[in-house]
Design a protein around this ligand. Structure first.
Ligand code: 5AD
Ligand code: SF4
Length: 461
């Protein structure tokens, strides 16, 4: 009889992609994915430990699952992802009802781990080794898809493609080098093959994924000759059928002129970039080990806007980093006023294990962090609303994400969410020209623009 697996994903797009791989892998072992944990034989939490709060969420959910396990002793509970990597056996000590702990580079082992549990060969399974390699055969097979994967033709029109894993930047606050390992670039040929495969299955939008995509190709030989991220981007953009191309995440330090020019040269590269700045104070950037200054960052923003005047920029900000004074924080507010990001993700600093800043003195009190976060977010909200208001009256190409009844939702090339009503049925992936009629701080509202006439709004893929 088929078994059911419920996977809950926390954190970033890396984890979302890993969850897809896990689902595909478990499908080969006879597991069917379900949306209801109550009907699952296996509950797997794919976890994030980027901030203390993210990790607490995982432990609190595991705590809640204790009763479920008592009620259904046959239920298996697994922890994957960054908390699994970071905590390892500690999870078994704190949560005795957990059966499996599998680290970020060991997910391909899940089927054998489950088999050992089921045969009674072992009572608990742990795999958290790091091999920092894309060359391991099972991993390659997974990244390429095995034919057993849920087909993207079932409505998936956009996909992530992993181009590298890990990170070598060692920002002083960041847990990622210890949870995801050293930076490793995936071979160009494998990436191109996966993109061709996806496009052949009906995928129209590709997002290239890595912790620090700008340093792609730097750490190890990935092709016959040297390859930069810009080279790779051009090659992916040239694949027929890639209608929209995006990438994430970029470190401002490694953003080359060559890469910025791609925004001017490649028609299908979406005019949108997430460029985390973290702070507007040079003193704090130095303590964060970011290796760029505010001035360099502003130069890069200016170059980007010269290459692509319509580019929508978003960023990440940490408030209350150890030693951050009111003056440092004001510098971050000033940077926001200068760049006027379309949107941002902002966080209160939290200490993470195995990071340098966890040992820094001058920790900022919680109430000051909360106050700064609130001030930053309300200024960002004002700016987002002003920027979004600037789109009113414009006709934008919207790729449909979902459609329920007549109410549709999609994204522009700039990654803005647009809600609109449509009298005809729409499928995910359809392109509709929409005139913007209303702006909110997080999304736009529009109506189909019949006069424009273009777009594939026929209701078919
Ligand atoms: N505390 C708070 N925020 C953090 N981030 C990363 N590490 C920490 C930390 N220790 C934020 C950064 C990063 C985003 C993914 O999470 O802004 O870009
Ligand atoms: Fe969270 Fe970072 Fe791990 Fe992604 S890589 S899941 S953001 S800790």
């Amino acid at each position: 009889m088929a078994k059911h697996v419920y996977i809950k994903t926390f954190g970033c797009q890396m984890n979302e992609r890993d969850s897809e791989i896990i689902e595909q892998l478990l499908a080969e072992s006879g597991y069917i994915g379900v949306d209801d944990p109550g009907s699952a034989d296996l509950i797997l939490l794919n976890t994030c430990s980027i901030r203390a709060k993210a990790e607490q969420k995982v432990y609190s959910m595991l705590g809640q699952l204790r009763d479920e396990k008592i009620a259904r002793p046959g239920l298996r509970i697994g922890v994957a992802g960054c908390v699994a990597q970071q905590e390892g056996e500690e999870i078994f000590r704190r949560m005795r009802h957990v059966d499996i702990v599998v680290g970020t580079q060991q997910i391909y082992r899940l089927p054998e781990m489950l088999a050992r549990l089921e045969s009674g060969e072992s009572g608990r399974e742990l795999a958290v080794d790091m091999h920092n390699d894309f060359a391991i055969p099972p991993f390659q097979k997974l990244l390429h898809g095995t034919g057993a994967a849920p087909s993207p033709a079932g409505g998936e029109y956009k996909k992530f493609v992993t181009i590298m894993q890990g990170c070598n930047n060692y920002c002083s606050y960041c847990v990622v080098p210890s949870t995801r390992g050293r930076e490793v670039s995936r071979p160009v040929a494998d990436i191109l093959e996966e993109v061709r495969l996806l496009v052949g299955q009906g995928v129209r939008e590709i997002t290239l994924l890595g912790q620090n995509v700008n340093s792609y190709g730097r750490t190890n030989p990935v092709a016959a000759g040297p390859v930069t991220f810009a080279d790779l981007l051009r090659q992916v953009a040239a694949i027929p059928g890639v209608e929209r191309l995006r990438f994430t995440t970029s470190n401002p330090r490694d953003l080359s002129e060559e890469l910025m020019r791609c925004f001017a040269e490649l028609d299908n590269l979406c005019p949108q970039l997430h460029l985390p700045v973290q702070s507007g104070s040079n003193a704090i950037l130095a303590r964060m080990n970011r290796k760029y200054t505010v001035e360099t960052y502003l130069d890069r923003v200016a170059s980007l806007r010269r290459c692509q005047p319509d580019i929508a920029l978003t960023t990440d900000i940490i408030v209350g980093f150890p030693g951050e004074t009111e003056q440092d924080f004001e510098a971050t507010m000033e940077l926001l006023r200068t760049v006027r990001f379309h949107g941002s993700f902002s966080f209160k600093y939290s200490d993470r294990p195995n990071t340098r800043s966890a040992d820094f003195a001058d920790k900022v009190p919680e109430e000051i962090k909360s106050d700064r976060l609130q001030r930053f977010q309300s200024l960002q909200d004002e700016i987002s609303l002003e920027r979004n208001t600037g789109y009113i009256g414009k006709i934008l190409d919207v790729m449909v994400e979902s459609c329920s009844g007549q109410e549709a939702k999609g994204r522009t090339t700039t990654n803005h969410i647009v809600h609109f009503r449509s009298s005809r049925p729409l499928q995910p992936g359809d392109l509709v020209a929409v005139r913007v009629i209303h702006a909110g701080k997080h999304s736009l509202r529009g109506e189909p623009a019949p006069a424009a006439g273009q777009g594939n709004c026929s209701g078919k893929r």
